[in-house]
Design a protein around this ligand. Structure first.
Ligand code: FAD
Length: 480
């Protein structure tokens, strides 16, 4: 990506009169930003205290309370529930799992990794059925995921990826290549090959977060918003673990950290997970004629096999929402600015949109926004509960957290309730990962890695038939 979009490039991007940049995300335009729940009034005592009201925190509280209704559970949220990535994402409820399968298999065996993949697939259906049972209308359509290759190198990589995943828990009916003209039709310009997996659904992320928060509250969980936790203190002797806020401390038997991309703001966690940015744009609704041309009647979520990949969905009201890495990392783990997105990221996403759907290139962009996700040093998510310190956490989903956070929530429930289950035996449970390097290494490393990935994409688009060596180098530097 060029560091700066020229003024002419920015002018070339059609924008609607109501264009907005940030304001958390487009997904809050229709339901509106929620009224905030009252803040923590003072020190308090609970059985379980969850820090962070995104999907991870909400699902954890939901399943704990469902399993044991008399458990006293509180959620402490700095802004409002759904403020983070959970209210901003691309709405891919997919079985994708980030992280090296080989690394997990080294420690736990291949069977355990396959069990994790199957659990991810089951979690897609678990989210859908729970949303239905709780009366949450999040525009969910289970149309699967379509991945496209737009040059020979991507084609070779997509083909290899499908064969690879079929060895790691995807059976042939779970993931396969599709022929040109496959129904339902989805016309992506320049696509030379595509794969399909039925294990994914399109959803409206903020509606899921808002609905889930309401469901959790109905179950009797206390949600305190506008309540920033500054530190999580582990158990010390007789002193139970605590979440420390300006308004007082919440002591509990267990404190669960569910702050994902924001984790580095907590005392002692600066280098735990790298806050990586991801940015999105959404168009105004396309005309019926445009939709006739494009198809996309199956509402599949859509992505590609580039290194700096995109992810997209057709929204319930007929827009295209498309995202990618944008400006991936800001110096010193600098944090979110309510979703405001740099012009160069908007320009880059629009160029991708116009390349894939030229017929939609005159449709004005309605909104741009960004969010942060958490990246562990080994790019592999974790769920953990330390019974000695009483502190647990889940996250580091590296951009695939919509489904994984549900599985994490159910796993944390089982860990807190103390009974070993199939979920607590999954290989992402209980892993310890070293922290990131100090600055400026962290910033330089991320710039180099994403620079190399983009160079690799450019070289591959020149129709070299194989994956560029720059991508391999980037992955080695990144430690993926
Ligand atoms: C633009 C974008 C697109 C994405 N697209 C997809 C996708 O399509 N599919 C997919 O699977 N994943 C996607 N992801 C990733 C996915 O959204 C996240 O992995 C997931 O939402 C993480 O949920 P969470 O609850 O762990 O974190 P979050 O949703 O970030 O929630 C953390 C919460 O903690 C609160 N908090 C932070 N610090 C404190 C504190 N000190 N005290 C109290 N509260 C605090 C925050 O305000 C926030 O509400 C995307 C992410 C982004 C940013």
């Amino acid at each position: 990506m060029k560091l700066f979009a020229s003024a002419a490039e920015m002018r070339a991007i059609p924008r609607s009169a109501e264009f907005r940049n940030g304001g958390v995300s487009f997904w809050y335009r229709e339901p509106g930003l929620p009224e905030r729940r009252p803040a923590l009034p003072g020190s308090a005592d609970y059985d379980v205290c969850v820090v962070g009201g995104g999907y991870t925190g909400l699902w954890s509280a939901y399943y704990l309370k469902k399993a044991q209704p008399d458990l006293r559970v509180a959620i402490l949220e700095r802004e409002f529930s759904g403020f983070g990535a959970s209210g901003r994402n691309g709405g891919w409820l997919s079985a994708e799992f980030a992280g090296s399968r080989e690394r997990l298999a080294d420690a736990h065996g291949k069977g355990a990794v396959i069990a994790l993949q199957r659990a991810m697939m089951a979690s897609v259906d678990e989210v859908i059925s729970t949303a239905e049972a709780e009366g949450i209308d999040a525009d969910i359509v289970k149309g699967g995921v379509r991945m496209v290759a737009t040059n020979p190198a991507q084609r070779a990589r997509l083909d290899a990826e499908v064969r690879y995943l079929q060895e790691w828990g995807y059976w042939p009916e779970d993931l396969y290549m599709i022929e040109h003209g496959h129904e339902p039709r989805l016309q992506v310009d320049g696509a030379v090959l595509a794969s399909h997996s039925p294990h994914a659904a399109r959803l409206q992320p903020a509606k899921l977060a808002l609905g889930l928060a309401a469901a959790v509250e109905r179950l009797g969980v206390d949600i305190f918003e506008d309540t920033a936790v500054t530190e999580i203190r582990p158990r010390e002797g007789e002193q139970r673990p605590a979440a420390v806020t300006e308004n007082g401390e919440v002591r509990a038997d267990y404190v669960i950290r569910a702050t994902e991309g924001f984790t580095s703001t907590l005392q002692g966690e600066r280098r735990a997970w790298l806050p990586m940015n991801s940015s999105m744009i959404v168009t105004e609704p396309l005309s019926d004629d445009m939709w006739k041309h494009i198809g996309w009647g199956g509402h599949e979520v859509l992505g590609d096999a580039a290194h700096a990949y995109f992810y997209a969905q057709r929204t319930a009201d007929g827009r295209i929402a498309i995202g990618g890495r944008g400006v991936p990392y800001r110096f010193g783990s600098r944090q979110d600015d309510h979703g405001r997105t740099p012009p160069q990221a908007i320009a880059e996403l629009w160029r991708v949109l116009a390349r894939l759907f030229p017929i939609a290139s005159d449709v004005p962009v309605a909104h741009a926004w960004s969010g942060v996700l958490g990246v562990p040093r080994d790019w592999c998510p974790t769920v953990h509960l330390d019974t000695e310190t009483g502190v647990g956490w889940a996250g580091g989903y590296v951009g695939s957290g919509v489904t994984a956070s549900n599985l994490a929530g159910r796993t944390l429930r089982d860990l807190v309730l103390g009974a070993p289950t199939d979920l607590t035996r999954l290989p992402w449970v209980g892993r310890r990962v070293r922290g990131w390097e100090p600055e400026p290494l962290r910033w330089v490393g991320t710039q180099v890695v994403y620079g190399l990935y983009r160079t690799a994409d450019r070289r591959e688009s020149d129709r070299v038939g194989h994956t560029s060596r720059f991508a391999g180098l980037a992955s080695r530097i990144a430690g993926r």
